[in-house]
Structures are given as C-alpha cells and as structure tokens.
Design a protein around this ligand. Sequence first.
Ligand SMILES: [Zn+2]
Ligand SMILES: [Zn+2]
Ligand SMILES: [Zn+2]
Ligand SMILES: [Zn+2]
Ligand SMILES: [Zn+2]
Ligand SMILES: [Zn+2]
Ligand SMILES: [Zn+2]
Length: 1722
Amino acid sequence: ADIANDLQKEVYQHLAYYVPKIYCRGPNPAPQREDMLAQHVLLGPMEWYLCGEDPAFGFPKLEQANKPSHLCGRVFKVGEPTYSCRDCAVDPTCVLCMECFLGSIHREHRYRMTTSGGGGFCDCGDTEAWKEGPYCQKHELNTSETPEEEDPLVHLPEDMVARAYNIFAITLKYAVDILTWEKENELPGLEMIEKSDTYYCMLFNDEVHTYEQVIYTLQKAVNCTQKEAIGFATTVDRDGRRSVRYGDFQYCDQAKSVIVRNTSRQTKPLKVQVMHSSIVAHQSFGLKLLTWLGSVIGYSDGLRRILCQVGLQEGPDGENSSLVDKLMLYDSKLWKGARNVYHQLFMSSLLMDLKYKKLFAIRFARNYRQLQRDYMEDDHERAVSVAALSVQLFTVPTLARMLITEENLMTTIIKTFMDHLRHRDIQGRFQFERYTALQAFKFRRVQSLILDLKYVLISKPTEWSDELRHKFLEGFDAFLELLKCMQGMDPITRQVGQHIEMEPEWEAAFTLQMKLTLVISMIQDWCALDEKVLIEAYKKCLTVLMQCHSGFTDGEQPIVLSMCGHSVETIRYCVSQEKVSIHLPVSRLLAGLHVLLSKTEVAYKFPELLPLSELSPPMLIEHPLRCLVLCAQVHAGMWRRNGFSLVNQIYYYHNVKCRREMFDKDIVMLQTGVSMMDPNHFLMIMLSRFELYQIFSTPDYGKRFSTENTNKDVVQQNNTLIEEMLYLIIMIVGERFSPGIGQVNATDEIKREIIHQLSIRPMAHSELVKALPEDENRETGMESVIEEVACFKKPGLTGRGLYELKPECARNFNLYFYHFSRAEQSKAEEAQRKLKRQNREDTALPPPALPPFCPLFASLVNILQSDVMLCIMGTILQWAVEHNGYAWSESMLQRVLHLLGMALQEEKQHLENLSEENVVTFTFTQKISRPGEAPNNSPSILAMLETLQNAPHLEVHKDMIRWILKTFNTIKKLRESSSASPVAETEGNIMEESSRDKDKAERKRKAEIARLRREKIMAQMSEMQRHFINENKELFQQTLEELDTSTSGVHENSPVISDAKLTALGPEQTRVAEHRQVVMCILCQEEQEVKVDSRAMVLAAFIQRSTVLSKNRNKITPDPEKYDPLFMHPDLSCGTHTGSCGHIMHAHCWQRYFDAVQAKEQRRQQRLRVHTSYDVENGEFLCPLCECLSNTVIPLLPPPRVLFNRLDFSGQPNLTQWIKTISQQIKALYLLRDEDCNSGNSEKMDQLQLPEGFRPDFKPKNPYSESIKEMLTTFGTATYKVGLKVHPNEEDPRVPIMCWGSCAYTIQTIERILADEDKPLFGHLPCRQDDCLTSLTRFAAAHWTVSSLSAVQGHFCTLLASLVPNEKNGNLPCILDIDMFHLLVSLVLSFPAIHCQDFSGVSLGTGDLHLFHLVTMAHIVQILLTSSTEENGMDQENTNSEEEVAVLTLYKFLCQCTGSALKEISSGWHLWRNLKAGIMPFLRCSALFFHYLNGVPAPSEIQVNGTNQFEHLCSYLSLPNNLTCLFQENSDILNKLIESWCSNNEVKRYLEGKRHAISYARESNKLIDLPDDYSCLINQASNFSCPKSGGDKSRAPTLCLVCGTMLCSQSYCCQTELEGEDVGACTAHTYTCGSGVGIFLRVRECQVLFLAGKTKGCFYPPPYLDDYGETDQGLRRGNPLHLCKERFKKIQKLWQQHSITEEIGHAQEANQTLVGIDWQHL
Ligand SMILES: [Zn+2]
Ligand SMILES: [Zn+2]
Ligand SMILES: [Zn+2]
Ligand SMILES: [Zn+2]
Ligand SMILES: [Zn+2]
Ligand SMILES: [Zn+2]
Ligand SMILES: [Zn+2]
C-alpha cells in the first residue's frame, strides 16, 4: 500500500507540473501539439510502468496472449448503418455493425437496416440478444472453446496485475476527481503550479438557445468576427463547451456578464463560467486519460477486468462511493464532450465484461431514481445522458429478470415515473390542463421512463420463480396505481348553446396513453404466461376498478326499464348531460385479462375457480358503453360545440396507434358483459344510454315523426343514433377474431385485418404496415399470412408495388368490420359491389360465416334472438314497410338486414356442427316466422321481408333480402333433414319464386345476353386499337407529341424527293422545294405564316449554362468580363444549352404576356414577400401553355441560307484556290481596317489589290422585318447574358459567338443522347427538340445580320487563322485545344459576313463545303495526334484496304512533321478503325447541323440503325468514304498546313508528355456508378467527416451524383460565401461542378436533391427500392434497399437532357411549400 501511495504522490507531482504546461496555453487549443506532448511526457511513462518494458513490445505481447472475448462491442458513430434481424433478434434494440452483419447468417434473413444516432454498440456475440446465430464469422467460438466464463486474469503475469491495479486506480481517480471538481481556485490533491493567474471564459451548450442567438451574442460579447463566432458555436454544440476568451479574471468576467445579459431576456441565460486555466488544463488531460484507459484495456481482457474492479470498488465513504457511482451521479453536471468520453469508456469496459456488467447494472438500478431526477433537471438530449445506458442493461433478459427480482426494478421505474407527474385533480387523476412550459418540457422527458419499462418487459420469462411472481405482481400494483390516475381523466361535458371558448388540452393524456399502449399489452402478455399470476392480477385489477367506481350509484334513485315482458333496474345517466371520459385504462386492462382467462384451461374445466362471481356485469359495461355512446353522439352531430379537440380524441380512440388498448377493449368489455347478462337487460340498458329507450319502448312512437312540427334535426339525430347502436350490436356479435373471444389463432386475426384493408383497394406494403398495429418488436405479423390472402404486383418506372386481394378471399368480407373508418367503409362497399358486378354476381354483401365463440363468451349469440332485439328489428322493418309515414333511413334497414343475416349464419352453423348430445337452442328462424301478438298483431319479420322484397324504393337492398330468404330456406331444409326441432310453418309462399319474379328473371337474362354481346364488340375494338398502337408505337408517340406542340405544317408538306443521293451541303446540295410554314399562336389562337417580312413568331425557350459534356470539372471559371469565348476548348468544360417546350407565340403576344407576369410578380412580392418558382427579374417566366420554365424566346425563321445563296455552279474553285482567294480577301479587310485607324495614310491603299469581285464597301441590306430583327437581338442578348453570366449588352462583339456556341453545344448534347440510347440520328427526336434545333440553327445563321459586320468578319478571320495561319493573328490556340465542331459551326455561320461582299460568283455553298472539309481534316489530324491506339488487344484482320494504306501514309507524314515524336504505329488497320470511331460524333453532329441549316432531308439509311452508317453519313455530308482522300486531293496546300499545325509548341509539349490533351472519341458523361446495396452508401457516408471541422462526422452527408464528391450539407461548418451570400456546401458545389445545377443523393434521408441556382430546388424519389417496390425516403422503414437501374437511368436522362431545372419548376409549381425552402443552405 505504501508503494502505491508513493506512486500516487509521484504521479500527481508530475501531472501538477506538466499538465498546465502542455494543455491550454492560450486562447486557442492546439490539439495536435497537445496530444503529441501528452503522449510523450505524460502517458508514455505510465505505459512503460504498466508494461514493465517498452510498450512498443509490451502491448503487442499482451494482445497476443489475450483470448479475446466473443463480443464485438463496436461503438456506433453517428450515421453508421446498423442491422437488426427480424427473425432472430430478441428485440429491435439488438443490432449488428456492418462488418458483423455481413459475416452473419442474418444477411439471408429478413433484416432491417437503420442508421445509428450514435451511442449504442454492436451486439454480436451476445447470446442473449439473438435467438439464432449470435456470432458472426469473426466472433465465432472455436469448437474447442467453451463459452463458460473463465477468469481473464489468469492470462496476465502477477506483477503486471499489481502494476495495472496501481496505475489504473491512480489515473481513474485523478480523472474522476478533476472532472467532478467544483472549486475554482484549488485542485484536488494537486498543487497549483501556475504562478500567473490566467482564466478562460467558458461557454456551455444548452438546448434552449439557437445557433443564431449564440452567434449573435458572441459577436457582441467577445468582439469576434462572424466566422469565429460560428466556429465557437459549432464547437459548443459538438463538445458541449468552448472557451471564448482567455486572459485575466476581469477580462473574462466582463465577457461573461455581456453574454448573460444578452441571453437572459426571454429564456434562462446561456451558461458561462470563468475558469482557472489550470483547472481547464487538468480537465482536458483527465478526458485524455479516460480515452487512454479505453485504448489500453483494448489490448487485454485481463486489463479490462482490472479496470472494472477499480471502477466499482467502494471507496471509504461506503454506498455510492465507487468512482463509477461518482461519475454517474455527476453526469447531468458534466458537459457533453466529457459525458461522451466516459460513456464510451463504460461501454468498452463495464458493458463488455459479463461479470461486471451485472454488478454495474445493480449500481445503475440502485441509482435509478437519482439518475432520472438529474436527467429531468438537465436539458441535454437523452442520447448524451447516462440514463440512456438503460437500453444496454435492461434489454438483456437475464439482467432484466435479476433486476426485477433483486432490485424490484419494475416498481422502481413506475414509482419514479409517478413521482414526476405530481399534478392531480381532486379525485387524484392526472391533470395536464394547466401545465406550464417547464412542466410540459419535463413531461416530454419523463416519457423516456416508459421506454425503460418497455425494455424491462420486452423479453418474457420462460420460467417463473415465486420471487419473480411476487415482484412482478408488486410492479403490477404500482402499474394499476398509475392507470388509476388515468381512469376518467380529461372528463368532458357536452356544450349546449354556445361554442366552447378555448379548446381544452387533450394531447398530453393521449400521448401518455399512446406511449403506454405497448406496455399495457406487454403486461398482459406476461400475465398470460402464468395462471397464478393471471388470476392474481385479475383480482387486483377488479379491486382497483371497483375503487374507481365507488360512489358510482350514490344518491341516485334507480330507474326501472321494461320492454317485451322483461324489466331491469339501472341508474339514471345521460351521456349528453353529464361528465364522460374517454380514458378508461383500468376497465380496458380488465377486459384484456378477461380474454386471457377465457383462453386458460381453468376457464374450460373449472370456471368456478375464476373470480367471476365478484363481477357486476352492469358495472363493467357502464363506462365503456358511455364512451361508445359518446362516439355515436359526436357522429350524430350532438357535440359540435365542443370543438376540434373532441373530434381529435375520437379519431385517436379508433386509430391504429391506440385502438388496441382503447376502442377494441371497450368492445371486449361489452362482449364480456353481454355474455354474463340477460341479453334483454343488456339491450334495454344500451337503449337507455343511447337515449333511444323511449322510441322503442313506446308503441307507435315513430308515428310522431310524421307530424310536421317535428324538429328535423332531432329526427336526423335519432336516426344516426339508431344506426350507430345497430352497428355496435353487429360489432359485439361479430368481432370474435381475437384468440380468447372466438376460437381463432393470432394469424386468423391478422389475416382478417389484411383482407379488409385490401377490400378497399390494392395497397403498397408500407400502407398495409401503417394500417396494422405493431407489437413491441415492431412486427405486424403480416409477412406470415400475406401470401395466403394477396398477390403482389411489381411497380413500373414510377409508383410502387401493390398487393391485391385474392378473389377467393372476398367472401370473408364484412361490410361492418369494426376497424373501418366511415370513409373506408363506403369505399370498400363500393369496391366490393363493383367486383361482384364484374363477376356477374348479385350485389348482396351478406355477413361472412364467423368462427364460434370460446365457452366463456358463448352465450353472447343469444342477443340476436332475444325478445328486445327482435322487437327492435321488427320495429325498424315496420317503419320501412310503411316508409312514407315514418322517419327511418336506408342505413338503418341495411344494418337490420345485416343482423338478420348474422343470425341466420349463426343458426346455420349451429345446425351444421350439430352433435348428438347437443340440442340446438338457437332458433332464430322460428322466432322471425312468428307474427306479433295482440294488441298490435304486427306481421312477422319474415312476412315484412317478403313485402320489402318487392318494394320499389328499396332496389339497392333487394339482392340482400333475397339472400336472407334463400338462407332461411336452406336452414329450413337443414332442420328437416336433421329432424331437429321443426320450424313452424311459414306464412306466405317463399319456397318458389313468384311468377312475377320468374318474369323478371327472364327479362334480366335477355338484358344480360345483350350486354355480353355489346361487351364483346367493345373488347374486339379495343383489341384492334391496341394492336394498331403497338405496331405504330413510334408514330403514335410522335403524334401525341405533335398534338402537344402546335407546330403545324412543318413536316406535312415535305417535298417528295427522289431516291437519288441526298447531299446536305456544298454546290451539289440537294435542292429542296420551299414550302409555306403556317403556325398558330398559343396566346391569341391566330395563324400566321413564317416569312422574312412578317411579324415575328417566337418559341418559348430556356437557356442555361451546362457542364453535362464537361471533361474537366476542376477548371477555374475565368473572369466573365474578360473571357474570350471564340474558341471552345475540346474539354467542353462549360457550354450554353438551349431548350424549348416547342410552344409558339407572336412576339408581341409574348411581350404582352411577359409584361403582365412581371407586373403581377412585382405586386405579389411587395405584398407577400414570397418567392416563386421562377425569377422574373432574370427574365424567367412559365410557358403560358405547359408551364415549362423559360427565360427567353427564339424567333422562327424561314431557311436563312436561301436568302444569300446564289446558286451558280459554274467554275467553282477547289479548296486550294478558295483558300487563296479568302486569304486575299482577309488581307484586304485587315488593310482596310488599319487604314480606318490611321486615316489619311493612303500609301497602303495603293498596295492593296482588291481580289476580283470583292467589294468590302458593300453593306448588305437586312432582309428581316423590324419585329424579327428585334427578336434576333433579344434572343442573342439572352444567350450572351446567361452563357457568360454578364449583364446584357447587345453591342458586345461576343454576342454572335455565344449564339453560334449555343447552337453547336446543343447539337452536341443531342447527338450524345441519341448515341447513348442507341437511336438513329434522324427521325427519333421528339417534335419539341426538332423544332428547337431548327429554330436555333436558323437563328444562329441569321444573327450576323443584326451584329456589327466588321466584328463578325473579324471573328471569321480569327477562326480561320487557327487553321490557315496569317501574319495578323498570332497566339491562337493550337489544334489540340480547339473543339472542331464548335469551330465548324462558327466558321460556317460567320462566313456570310465576308461572302456577302464577294461578287465573284463563288457560291456560299462552295465556301461551306471547303470550310467543312478543312475542319474535318484538322479534326483527323487532331485524332491521329492524340490517338492512344494500342496495337495489341484487338484481333487484326490482314486486309490492307485502300483506307488503311492511306491513313498509315498520313500518319507517317505526321510522324515526320512532329520530328518523330509521335508513337510509332505500323498497323493501318488499327489506325483506320480508331479514326473512324474518333470522328463519328463529329460527323453525326455535322450532319445534324447541315440538315437543320439547309433543310435537306436525311437519307432513309440514317433514319434507322444499320450497317454502313459511316458511308451513308459521308455521302450525305459530301465527303469521300476514304476520308484521307481529302488530304490527297489537296496535298499541295494541306502539307503546308499540317506542318504548321504540328510545329506548334503545344503539340510538341504534348508529344513529349508534358501536357495532357483530349483524345477522341470523347466518351459520354454518365452519373456516377451507385452500389446495388444502399447500406454501402450509408457506410461510406458514416466514414465521411466534415472537411472543415477536423475529423467531425458530417450530419447531412450528401453525394454529388455527377462527380461523386461527398459533401457536408446543411451545416454551418461548411457554408461558404458565393456572390456575397452564405451558401451551403451543395449550392457551392453546383457552381463548380454543374455551373449552378446539381444532382445529389442525401444519404441519411435516401432522397435525391435537385438544385438550380440559389433559390430553386426540389426533392426527387431515390433510385433505391425495397423488395416491395417502394422507396424509403427518410429511411424510416429500414427494409433492405437495392438500386433500381431503370429509375437511375431516368434521373440520368433528365440530367443529359438538361431537364433538371424544368423538373424543379414543375415540382415547385405543384407544391408551393417547396418554394419557401432555403435551398441555398443545403
Ligand atoms: Zn460488430
Ligand atoms: Zn461479430
Ligand atoms: Zn436472423
Ligand atoms: Zn398571338
Ligand atoms: Zn410550352
Ligand atoms: Zn461541415
Ligand atoms: Zn459534383
């Protein structure tokens, strides 16, 4: 001991000296440095001491010698996936970590997946947690091992045990002392070494103040920036405390008072403390030590046991003095971070050692009251309270049982719970009415105790000891006390006259009921397991119920009711006048126990042993009956003035969450009562409580209604009450599907529920689950029976999988099923009648045959044949017969018919199951055949039915009446054959169908035949139609789309073109006859022809920046003001996409519409300050027809080239000549321009020799009307504005470039979509895209006419110079860095600006062709230079075709030009294949471009997929099949050009491997690959930590589906500033990754997120489905989820088609709440 004491002294001295030197040396902690020093100076020596050698050797040795436990015990991180097996887990709190799960048998079982909220641990290896397969492969027992406990200390050397004991005792005590230390200027057993006093102002976390409040306050109090304040607030929220100021006491105290002052106004102030820096330092190290201990015991189970021993050892102060007790009891005073650390240590030590887990559980149970009291005072969430450890202890079956018997835990929990609900009324019942905010807050917290009670009860005992019985019944007593406080709470009185002023509080009582529901059920389950317990419990419950009823009849004079010769005494009580309560848990518990008794053997054999004699049936039924009458009266509208709170209570009373222990049990209680009473007495009391006694006991009472001065409301009310009462009788007799009431088992009950749900309509799995009550294991039992009653239908691309009721189950349908809501009932009735009609059956919905009652309830059926019942039914039938004279309703009659049917079914079954010794006492048929006695002499019920059968006003019920009469006859026959007591002769003739009926039947048959014939013809027709549609699917779809778009006439009049070869461009371009294009304006419905000189027609269009084709998402966007977009880089990093819905308007109509929208929005925003789904200020609007988001319009134009193309084919120059001429023209233009600058200098003019026919002074006349010109400018400016993100400026020379670029980019995207879908190039675009491309191309071709001519000429010259160099244009991008298709489009579309001044007779088409050839050749060189051809890998055919030889020659020439830097390739075959593949996208884009530009129809061969596409394309594009011929034909000029291209420095650098270049063909971009199993993603996300707050777990990890980046979304830590606003990580990411548009997967929510810009966003269903074909947004259901490839493809297509923004627009229009979300913070 001395040695130990000396050691402690030394260690303390060491710590006192060094800890303050290492920790907290300034305003900001430096965790890495601190950790490093602490390890070196403080922990290292302890490790040496512990191991007795270098720990680098010592610890591995320990680990090797260790026999690891079979428990996994992995502590879950927040968001980590956990798995529970629905087949084998003892309760749903038993979970596995991902690794264990994957190595377990449960992955083949029905498992459930959730994400951990942090704090729990993996239960792998805990044999008590799993019914089967407790071990995964990793934690499996070796066969040689026995699972028995063995002392782990035997594996440790003795001296080490001693040393471990010493060091653990010292360090753990140090840590506990310092963490629980409360003095300010002193340290526990340590010297204050620090001479200079420095302090921290420490801010603590609370759950009251918001982030914003804290941030705001900090900025004021400690004068920090917002960023720093956010940093402080984030740490406070995460760790529970953070120092916000460092300095002398005053300096810190000053900050403290500012914070307190600022936050104390509305609520309690933020907790702030000024702490001595030494204390803070030691506390930091104390936490470090706890973590260290956790890791050290990880090496050896022996060490772990020693630590447990040290922790639980009682100190000198006796009870509660162990270090573990000290920490636990100090929990609520510790800050969050400290709690987390020590809870983790508890979990890895005490909870992993089976022996000490038990000892710890006892400590926990003994401290239970105190811990809960502390938790109640504390405001932290439960997850960070030590109280939450209950789940780890109480759910272990052996521990729970031990704690109940030895520590009386059940009673403790219930009493503790009661302690916290002190507020009672005079009768001692709970009263929530006048709760303060604080009481309400505590009420919420105290509910977690119910959870503890549930844990304790969740696993039921297999064996009962006397001690367990004793303690359970003691707990049961306490529980009854609790229920007693609930019995009759929140009583209500009917409000008459005025409406209530304030809705009374009702939710608290229902919350309590709802939370207790499962516990009540579980207590019954426990009772069911042991007869002795059950009978004792029953007696106790009965006693308490009698206490509740005491005073029940006090001072009341009993009244006597008599009817049909029976009379009964009862009390005078009116629900509509006196107090009534919905809360009757004691009655209901008794009802539950009664059913259990009924199941026992005693009930069959020795019912006299049951305490039944003590029951007073009228007392039992009284309160449940009142409650049911209340429901009926509410339904009859008698309680309208009591407001919504009552309606809500009635709703919950019947709701699936509560009904099992409310409504259902009330019915059981009535059933119990009836089975023990004379049914006539019961019915009279019932009539009296329904306030209907007068009506049925007074003969001819009903006649009074016929007089005119009757209050119609009262009549209506009484009718509803009668209906409700009949319904109640139907339920009392018919609801026998609970085991114990009827002779059924549990699966029959669940089957019946499902059948009735599916009778309403087919349902998804989740809907069914919601409609069924769940047990404590969250199971409904549905899976075990669903196959028997339903078929599953898989979902399509949208929607979900559905279960459909099997046809044979329809006969079990009961229209008056007691769990139907009224709406459900009428829906089910309609559906079932429809089904019957479809099957050509009669539409009667008779009651189904029912299972027999259990003996205890058997006498209940007699209610059907009781005199009072017959009287009630007879009276109502009588009213129906004389229907004009009485107030009655069809529903009333329908219910009576149903009851009659039930009685007949009953009698029939009795007869069918007749055994020798039994006499059938059920003689309903006999009774209804008897006419009434004098003086009324009313006809018999049977006779009245016959009359009603032919009543014209009862057409709907005829089938049912017929069914009743038929069944009557069947029974009669049965009686005769069994020679049982014969039925009296019936009056009238019901044996044969009357002649009138026969007649009718004949007519019906004929009508039926006619109907069948009609149906057959209809079927044939629809079959033909379907066939037609199938065959012409494409056509049909197109017509549909055409119907949608209003473009008419465009496609209709295509000229018939001969089979001759079609050529899209050049001098040999196929001539296309012009045709008129007439279109209709969607706004004014006027038609107009599209002509150059008419008013402009426009298409609604949406322009957006796009990165869909990007091959480089990391590119930094250049300054838009300076950026020159003339050349598009082949990485296509950002393009401008134009889309359109294809709807056409007059330009002026659109203008007017847009002005109106703008004006309206401005008014709306001023008034409501709401956002809309579109941003008017940015020019956005919704298409007036389809509400598609648009931001500009494209003008419709006639083919533009026709206007300028002078078709004259004589003597056209070849490429070489043409380039020469053009070069001269360019030179002339440059000279002229220079001359413009230095006017007066005419010297140069002399040098200038204008090429023949070139007239640079010529200014062409603009052919378009003013209105078209205006629209050309409008659209051009919009493209410029959006594409470059700049302010609109129509003068900017970059406007035309952006227009050409958008045309090129849009064509490229469409080409990619077609290629990805493997669709032919032409003929498969939806009309809207076809129209859009036509107008876009024509627009881009015409735009130069509204731009500055010289600017466009300048662009052309520069563009051309990139291929044909001239002296003027230096410093152009090398050919590796130019997207050739963009170049082609720009060249071709700017060329007219020069050509219009050329009068030499060269046609525009010639220029197009040469430009096209030139760019194509450049592209070929580009492809060959960047080709990454691998010669091996592919089987080479030895053909050596012409093309292969030629391309090899060209390649060799390239090698030569590049100074042999090019990789040597000798296979022409490979080169040619590669070239063809590489150039295809370019050729396809070009074909689309020239098609839309010149309007030449595409040859039929490229309208289908087929072979030789390449050849057909070449032919259409006027290219030789052997592309390299182009070079040969123009070799003189081309060799020079190639040399110039190859000599570029960038090309050299590339070939030397010093830079990268795009190679061809570029692959299409796809969304990232997603794993099949969703839990992979959850796991990935749980390993992801916030990139900004050093290793912290992100709360909303979100995956970018475009690039795969994981982001920390919706969190302050990762907000960044974007254009002057704070935005979340997702929004910020969209700006770099998707130029404003983003597609994300929110991993925790399993939800797809679409974002566009800062204000637009929507959620979209994820592409993950469970086995039932349903998504699980929010991951609430936990079914395994798998990727649905089709749905993911659909999302990908939305992205590729640039429809994300449109999709958001539609979603926001459909759901306005989406507009209000701050999307930019995600
Ligand atoms: Zn595990
Ligand atoms: Zn395991
Ligand atoms: Zn399993
Ligand atoms: Zn119009
Ligand atoms: Zn539209
Ligand atoms: Zn973050
Ligand atoms: Zn991304």
